[in-house]
Design a protein around this ligand. Structure first.
Ligand SMILES: Nc1nc2c(ncn2[C@@H]2O[C@H](COP(=O)(O)OP(=O)(O)OP(=O)(O)O)[C@@H](O)[C@H]2O)c(=O)[nH]1
Ligand SMILES: [Mg+2]
Ligand SMILES: [Zn+2]
Length: 296
């Protein structure tokens, strides 16, 4: 029988059995452990019933992908939740998250939350950011838990998929899920209250059933993006998807000082947004600093 790992917390594994429409505890067979096979939330497993509420896990199906922070397998879509204020929208942080989604080859939808906090004079800027990312092919939703804006579109985006919500601490990920998933009861809180506390103590990863079909995963927010710890300078240009449409004179062009750089040419003509090129340079510098540190 097939089962879906819906929760993983230390040694405890909960498995959804679609045929029986119930959850059982999963016990990995010895041979799995011997081969060092890891089991993650989102994994499809082959199970055999061994007691009324326990199943033995005989094998793990091949994964389509594996997100590492938090560990979730077979993700269909990332929702990158950024708030307009509290904390302020940062295209630098967003581009870091988009690079991560590209690296993992995951579809990403951008959610700009807390639009109720946008001042009237800020609306054109908000609009411009939305257009910019849509022009790169990323869907953008504007949302507010306070006014209910965008919630029905969010429902559509999530329907039938395994969706992971990621974004800075306080951007409203848990609030969005509480609004969309009856009974989710995720902890939400004031931004200021949370800053600086050791909040990553819980290691449980859980898929919440979406009443419209599919599953959702809330993730703890972060205070900063640590792109430099897992991307190297050669990979970075491939993670800015609009750059990959251009063929530079050198195959390994870094789009900085090389002659015949088609990316810089496109930048000059406004085909590539300067905002994106700026964050590219920022991340490139940050990565180079880490690489230099490592060589020492
Ligand atoms: N004004 C306004 N406040 C919101 C909105 N969405 C969430 N909030 C508030 O923002 C604060 C943080 O929301 P959370 O849902 O806890 O944010 P989170 O992204 O889950 O944060 P972490 O769990 O730390 O990553 C809470 O006080 C929410 O009430 C919104 O659309 N508008
Ligand atoms: Mg949260
Ligand atoms: Zn180039």
């Amino acid at each position: 029988m097939r089962g879906l790992v819906v929760a993983r917390s230390g040694a405890r594994i909960e498995i959804w059995l679609p045929e029986q429409r119930r959850i059982a505890l999963g016990i990995p067979r010895g041979k799995l452990q011997k081969h060092g096979e890891r089991i993650y939330a989102g994994d499809w497993v082959d199970v055999r019933i061994i007691s009324p509420n326990e199943v033995a896990i005989e094998g793990v199906e091949e994964r389509a992908n594996l997100l590492t922070q938090p560990p979730v397998a077979n993700v269909d879509k990332m929702l990158l939740v950024m708030s307009w204020h509290e904390p302020d929208f940062s295209n630098l942080v967003l581009d870091g998250l988009l690079a991560q989604a590209e690296f993992l080859n995951l579809a990403a939808t951008i959610v700009i939350n807390k639009v109720d906090l946008a001042l009237k004079r800020e609306l054109p800027r908000l609009e411009r950011w939305g257009k910019l990312y849509e022009s790169l092919g990323y869907p953008v939703l504007k949302a507010s838990i306070k006014t209910g804006d965008g919630l029905s579109q969010l429902r559509e985006v999530m329907r039938g998929n395994l969706v992971v919500l990621a974004g800075p601490s306080g951007s409203g990920k848990s609030s969005i899920l509480n609004a969309l998933i009856p009974g989710a009861k995720l902890r939400t809180g004031e931004v200021s209250e949370k800053l600086g506390r050791g909040r990553h103590s819980t290691t449980e990863v859980r898929l919440l059933p979406n009443p419209n079909g599919g599953w959702v995963v809330d993730t703890p927010g972060f205070q900063r993006v640590d792109l430099p710890s897992w991307v190297n300078t050669d990979t970075l240009p491939k993670l800015y998807r609009e750059f990959t449409n251009y063929q530079c004179e050198f195959n390994n062009c870094t789009h900085t000082v090389e002659p015949g750089c088609a990316v810089k040419e496109a930048l000059k003509h406004g085909e590539i947004p300067k905002e994106r090129y700026q964050t590219y340079l920022f991340w490139r510098d940050a990565i180079r600093r880490v690489e230099r540190e490592r060589k020492k």
